[in-house]
Write a protein that binds this ligand. Structure first.
Ligand SMILES: [Zn+2]
Length: 441
């Protein structure tokens, strides 16, 4: 039987071997950042940290955190790359922009070796899903300065797969390619997967029957780690769907393996994860906290203790696949930046998606945080499936209002519009509007 691991030596390493490798790489990264990045030289001096004293993984706690705001301020003050850059400009090979919803995006540079690390760890994830050299892959992400398309393309090519370049194609052209060529693997955002399935339905295509797809992977949003969303995608494509969490600034850092046990493994040899509580202390297995990453491979822009603002749940069980890599329960649970407070209750949009998606009669939804008569209110707008009879819409509204109230612990207003009333998303979705903070112009 062929191996289920691309790099068994690393994926099944003993704790002692993994720590030894991480310690060596950590020392190298800290020394490199302190010597070559003016940003880190100043930062470490300001925090009175002697980089030579960071010898072990436990010493990492001596280092100050790095935030995305600091990186943005650095690039604004020292355009275009900032003082973070730690290699001569001639050494950089790739530029990636983060997908900023507000303000200027962050520009992130890689050397040839950094870039290899990014796509090779990604390739290891694809291999864990079951992607092999004999597969034909379509990476349906936007062609441009964002990392999604390039990393998916290079990772598939790294495994020796035939890649169908679909970056600049329309949805119609992508559907044509999926039914015309023996494409077995598709990568895209979860929102786009649902959009593609809907577009296929309108053309009378059944993707589960009329394509050769057997694996889909999803990144950019947490949808594929939400069971009901994952199931919807798997049914539409007749394939197994996998989650690939990643951050442009860090790595395509995790993957769910073919055991589909609900765990997300971390490429610990590329990135060292810390999961910290509100007082910045490490949580115990079985607990949740903010994910903080230290890059163990990138030299152009080496990030130390980078606060991801993502909440994860450190697993306290082993995955049946036999990997020893650190794992989280179910991907990224929440983004601190997405957190909303409504009448004193914390609400994450992901939780609303978890409650809405099990309803098959809902094709799309939108979440609006608003103020009604001076009080905070949540409005969930539903775009029903054309298959739902008009007379059944009120029943759907009432059922969802009840599920949302039970699941969130707060009363939610629900509206059902006509089929097709809400926008669809061909990249990352923007389903959330906060009218309490948004300026109306
Ligand atoms: Zn596993």
């Amino acid at each position: 039987m062929a191996s289920r691991y691309l790099e068994p030596r690393l994926e099944r390493a003993s704790r002692a071997d993994m720590r030894r490798l991480q310690t060596r790489r950590l020392r190298e990264q800290v020394a490199h950042a302190a010597r070559h990045s003016p940003f880190y030289r100043k930062k470490l001096r300001g925090a009175r940290v002697d980089p030579r004293r960071v010898r072990t993984l436990d010493d990492l706690a001596r280092l100050p955190f790095t935030t995305k705001d600091e990186l943005k301020d650095d690039q604004a003050a020292h355009p275009p790359w900032g003082e973070l850059l730690a290699v001569p400009f001639a050494e950089v090979l790739r530029v990636h922009l983060t997908s900023a919803t507000t303000g200027r995006p962050l520009a992130f540079l890689d050397t040839a070796e950094d870039w290899h690390g990014f796509y090779h760890s990604y390739a290891r994830s694809l291999y864990a899903y079951g992607v092999r050299k004999s597969d034909m892959v379509m990476a349906a992400f936007s062609y441009g300065p964002w990392i999604g398309y390039w990393s998916g393309f290079y990772a598939a090519q790294d495994l020796g797969c035939l890649v169908y370049p679909a970056g600049g194609l329309s949805t119609e052209q992508r559907l044509d390619a999926l039914v015309s060529y023996p494409i077995t693997v598709l990568g895209c955002t979860p929102s786009y997967a649902l959009f593609l399935a809907e577009a296929a339905g309108k053309r009378g295509l059944d993707l589960a029957k009329q394509t050769k797809l057997r694996i889909t992977w999803h990144t950019g949003e947490p949808g594929a780690s939400i069971p009901a969303t994952k199931e919807k995608i798997e049914t539409a494509f007749g394939a197994r769907a996998y989650d690939l969490p990643g951050l442009t600034e860090i790595a395509a850092w995790g993957f769910e393996c073919d055991a589909q046990s609900g765990l997300t493994h971390v490429h610990e040899d590329y990135v060292y994860p810390e999961v910290l509580d509100e007082a910045d202390r490490p949580v115990k297995p079985g607990e949740r906290g903010e994910l903080v990453f230290t890059s163990l491979y990138r030299k152009a822009m080496p990030l130390l203790r980078y606060r991801t603002r993502d909440i994860v749940h450190l697993a306290d069980r082993r995955c049946p696949c036999g990997r020893t890599l650190v794992a989280f329960e179910g991907g990224v649970h929440a983004r601190l930046d997405d957190m909303k407070k409504v009448r004193g209750i914390i609400v994450y949009p992901r939780r609303i998606e978890e409650l809405v998606r099990p309803h098959r009669d809902v094709d799309e939804f939108q979440i609006i945080f608003r103020r009604v008569d001076g009080l905070d209110d949540i409005l969930v707008r539903l775009d029903p499936s054309p298959a739902l009879a008009r007379g059944e819409r009120d029943g759907l509204r009432q059922t969802l209002a009840k599920d949302l109230q039970l699941g969130l612990g707060i009363r939610v207003s629900v509206e059902v519009g006509d089929p097709g009333c809400l926008p669809r998303w061909d990249h990352k979705a923007r389903r959330v509007k906060d009218e309490r903070t948004e300026v109306p112009f």
